[in-house]
Every structure is written in structure tokens, then in C-alpha cells.
Design a binder for this molecule. Structure first.
Ligand code: FAD
Ligand code: PYC
Length: 417
């Protein structure tokens, strides 16, 4: 694979960009692999990449029923932060932030990671108490987070309305300066290219329709829209479709799937320097490098597999955005879409072995898994390669829903659900 570099860009500019190669192959399917990953979202592709890079396991196929990155990876609002409450979360999400910081170099692909800061608004006494608790807990765990007065919040994000007469007055904010955004498609493409360069097969338009098990119940492979493919280890990384896929192996998951929506405005010149989230008014906003305001909503209140959500949900979000940023009230919205998010009872993921030998699952990221993509793939690859968890996903078991050892991050999810 030819490496991207300043020299390569200059060379291609001189020859009308005729020399760029395909970024990954469309390989012939083999009859079996050492590991099959179901789902070519960011988490599945990252898992395949780290299996190859860190564990030398390259006889791997990533099977995708649609197109690469066409699930939640290509539908999210790209917010990256690690300001969750519990120790387990600090370990996992900060591991991800550290990987984000070197990811473009590691993949030789510009994922446009931008640490522009994520500011979470407090609008009432309860918000203030919750966020200050998070600030203290984060700092004890070495996660950067600081408390801002309304004036400091406005200084950090000038379009913010902090007038006392606002319906949702700003009473302060928690700022994680190391938080920010990345380009979601580039994350999927970068991992795909780097995994393929190490020998991983990435197979699009290949739906898994069944999981075959042997005489002792162990996994032996998967039935797909392109026939049977053997494997001793199978990792399910199917986000909103996880319950459905795991049912193929008779495993019932503690998950519910909901639509979550986002929308973008017409592009405008740079006017919004950071990411702002407000759980109380159900809205979050940033500005993409193309100039669009990227705005997200809460989940629908009912479960569904439809990748569109209720119109009233995004209308409510736009009401909220206009309340906090009256300057945006004349902007036009260009398009909206939805994704299906897989939500666990404690709003934390499951990254674990399952009761079925050879079957592994990485799911339950709900409204907030994009930020974790590198960390999730890294620890899941370790779990699959060693049949044992990495230290950062030890707590993220399925058993916690029967033992009661939950990692309750509902408040830190920061998205209404
Ligand atoms: P996906 O990208 O969904 O990949 C799963 C893949 O599995 C899909 O491509 C699917 O087609 C495939 N698949 C499913 N079933 C099968 C099958 N039977 N056979 C083969 N393939 C199959 N998170 C954040 O951290 N920050 C945010 O700002 C943020 N905003 C969001 C906004 C929206 C509107 C949405 C919907 C989500 C948001 N999230 C956010 C959550 C985040 O997008 C997800 O948690 C994350 O992208 C999940 O990645 P994934 O690779 O696990 O799933
Ligand atoms: O988890 O930070 C998050 C998030 C932002 C928007 C959707 N999810």
C-alpha cells in the first residue's frame, strides 16, 4: 500500500490525481478464517486492525451486510470525550482518547481529530451538582475536566446566550479541553485501509443470517448471504442489530434498540469554535470543517429498527438550540437522518466473551460509542486474541446484569434516552 505523505499529495497534484490506488481490495471470500467480525462499523474495523497489528492474527474477515461505515459510524455527530463518572469508564474512554491522539499517524490516514473542547451546559441546580461531581471524579482519575462560570463559558463559546432572562439560563459548564471531534467516515476508511494492508478481508454486501454451532455448542462459522464461512472465533460488533445477530446463537442480550437522530445546517463560515452539549434541553452542537452546524437530538421514546426518527424529536432539539444560541435561529437545516442505537440498562457497553465458546460480543454503546472507537477495537481485539479481557474491559461483562455490579453512566451519556 502506498503511503500518504506531503510528497505523494504534491506528486498527484502534478499528474491530475491519476496515481492514487484503491484503498482496500474486494477480496475473494475464503471458505474459513481464524476470526470473523460481524459488522464493518468503526468498532468492527478497529478490532480487525488491532488483531492484525497487535496480535499477528491476519486471517480475519470483516463481514458487512451493507456498506462500510454505513451504520452508526457514518451517522453520528462525532463527539469525543472521556468525562464519564466511574473508574471503569475513565480507564476505557481515556484509553480511547490516547489512541485518538496518535491515530492519524498510526493509520497513515487523516481522521481529522480536533481537540477543540467539549463543554457541557448546566441549566439548573441539579445540573450544577451533577457536573461538579463529574469534574471532581474525573480529576481524581486523571481525566481533564474543569468547571466554568457562565462568563467563562461565553468566553470559550461566544455564540452562547448567557442572559439571565433565558428560559434555560446557563448556570455554568463543565469543560473537557481534550474532547472534540473527528471525521467519522475517515475513521472507518482509515481502519479499513490499514487492516486490509495487513491482510484482513473486508467484505461488503455480505449479511450474516445464521451462526453455526458444533456438537459441544461451540461456534464453527456463520451462514451468510454468500454461503457458509467457517471460523473458530466470531466477534459480533453489530450495534443496533446486535440482539438480532446474537439470537442466531440463542443468546439473549440485555439490549433495546432505539432510533437516534441528527441533522446538519447549510454551511457557513467558521463561527462555532467548540462542542456544546446540553442534556437538560436535549441538544448538542458543533461545526464541521465543511461549515455545517452538526446538531443532534435525543432518542425516540419507543424501540424501532427504522433509521428515521420522529419529527417532533428534532423539532424540539431545534427549539432548544435556538434558545441557547438565538444567533442560529435564521439558519436553514439541510438534512436529517437516524441511526439505531443499542442501549443497555446501565448505559455502558458490553465487551466480552459470551456463554457460547468462540463467540464474542462488543455492543451496548448506545448513543455514545463513536468516541470509544479506537479503545473499543483495541481491547476487543485483545479479548478475542487471548480469550480473556484486557484490563480496561474487565468490568464490561454481560454477567453484571445478573450480579448487579453495574456501571451506571446514564447521567454521563448526556443524550436524552
Ligand atoms: P455501526 O457503525 O453501526 O456498525 C455496525 C455494523 O454492523 C453496521 O454497518 C451494520 O450494517 C452491520 N451489521 C448489522 N447486522 C449485520 C449482519 N447481520 N451481517 C453483517 N453486518 C451486519 N457516539 C459518540 O461517541 N459521539 C457522538 O457524537 C455520537 N452521536 C451519535 C449520533 C447519532 C445520530 C447516532 C445514531 C449515534 C451517535 N453516537 C455517538 C453513537 C455512535 O455512532 C455508535 O455508538 C458507534 O458508531 C457504534 O459503532 P459500531 O461500529 O459499533 O456500529
Ligand atoms: O456520547 O458524547 C456523546 C454523544 C454526543 C452526541 C451523541 N452522543
Amino acid at each position: 500500500m502506498r503511503r500518504f505523505s506531503g510528497f505523494a499529495v504534491a506528486r498527484e497534484a502534478m499528474r491530475a490525481h491519476k496515481g492514487w490506488e484503491k484503498q482496500w481490495d474486494n477480496p475473494e471470500l475464503k471458505s474459513s478464517y481464524d476470526v470473523i467480525i460481524i459488522g464493518a462499523g468503526g468498532h468492527g474495523l478497529a478490532t480487525a486492525y488491532y488483531l492484525a497489528k497487535e496480535h499477528g492474527i491476519t486471517n480475519v474477515a470483516v463481514l458487512e451486510k451493507g456498506w462500510l461505515g454505513g451504520g452508526n459510524t457514518g451517522r453520528n455527530t462525532t463527539i469525543i470525550r472521556s468525562n464519564y463518572l466511574f473508574d471503569e469508564s475513565a480507564g476505557l474512554y481515556n484509553h480511547a482518547v490516547k489512541l485518538w491522539e496518535g491515530l492519524s499517524q498510526d493509520l497513515n490516514y487523516n481522521v481529522m481529530f480536533s481537540q477543540r473542547g467539549v463543554m457541557m451546559m448546566a441549566h439548573n441546580v441539579h445540573d450544577v451538582q451533577v457536573f461538579k461531581r463529574h469534574v471532581h471524579a474525573n480529576r481524581l482519575n486523571g481525566v481533564d475536566n474543569e468547571w466554568l462560570t457562565p462568563e467563562q463559558a461565553k468566553e470559550y463559546c461566544p455564540p452562547l446566550d448567557i442572559s439571565k432572562s433565558a428560559r434555560y439560563p446557563v448556570r455554568g459548564a463543565a469543560l473537557q479541553r481534550k474532547g472534540g471531534t473527528a471525521r467519522h467516515d475517515a475513521v472507518a476508511w482509515g481502519y479499513a485501509r490499514a487492516a486490509a494492508a495487513r491482510g484482513v478481508h473486508i467484505v461488503q454486501n455480505c449479511e450474516v443470517k445464521g451462526i453455526r454451532r458444533g456438537a459441544s455448542g461451540e461456534v464453527t462459522g456463520v451462514e451468510t448471504s454468500r454461503g457458509f464461512i467457517g471460523a473458530k472465533k466470531v466477534g459480533v460488533v453489530a450495534a443496533g442489530n446486535t440482539s438480532h445477530v446474537m439470537q442466531m446463537a440463542d443468546v439473549q442480550m440485555p439490549l433495546e434498540s432505539y432510533p437516534l437522530q441528527a441533522l446538519v445546517s447549510e454551511p457557513v463560515k467558521p463561527c462555532f469554535p467548540c462542542v456544546v452539549m446540553s442534556n437538560t434541553v436535549h441538544a448538542y452542537i458543533s461545526q464541521s470543517d465543511k461549515g455545517e452546524l452538526v446538531i443532534g437530538a435525543g432518542t425516540d421514546q419507543y424501540t424501532s429498527y427504522s433509521q428515521t426518527g420522529g419529527l417532533h424529536v428534532i423539532q424540539h432539539t431545534l427549539d432548544a438550540i435556538c434558545e441557547i444560541f438565538p444567533i442560529f435561529s435564521r439558519m436553514k437545516m439541510l438534512r436529517s437522518w437516524g441511526g439505531i442505537v443499542d442501549v443497555t440498562p446501565d448505559r455502558s457497553p458490553i465487551i466480552a466473551q459470551t456463554p457460547v465458546e468462540g463467540l464474542y460480543v462488543n455492543c451496548g454503546w448506545g448513543t455514545g460509542g463513536f468516541k470509544a472507537t479506537p479503545g473499543s477495537g483495541h481491547v476487543f481485539a485483545h479479548t478475542i486474541a487471548n480469550a480473556a479481557p484486557h484490563k480496561f474491559n474487565e468490568g464490561y461483562t454481560m454477567e453484571r446484569f445478573t450480579s448487579g455490579r453495574l456501571i451506571d453512566e446514564a447521567a454521563a451519556a448526556a443524550v436524552s434516552h
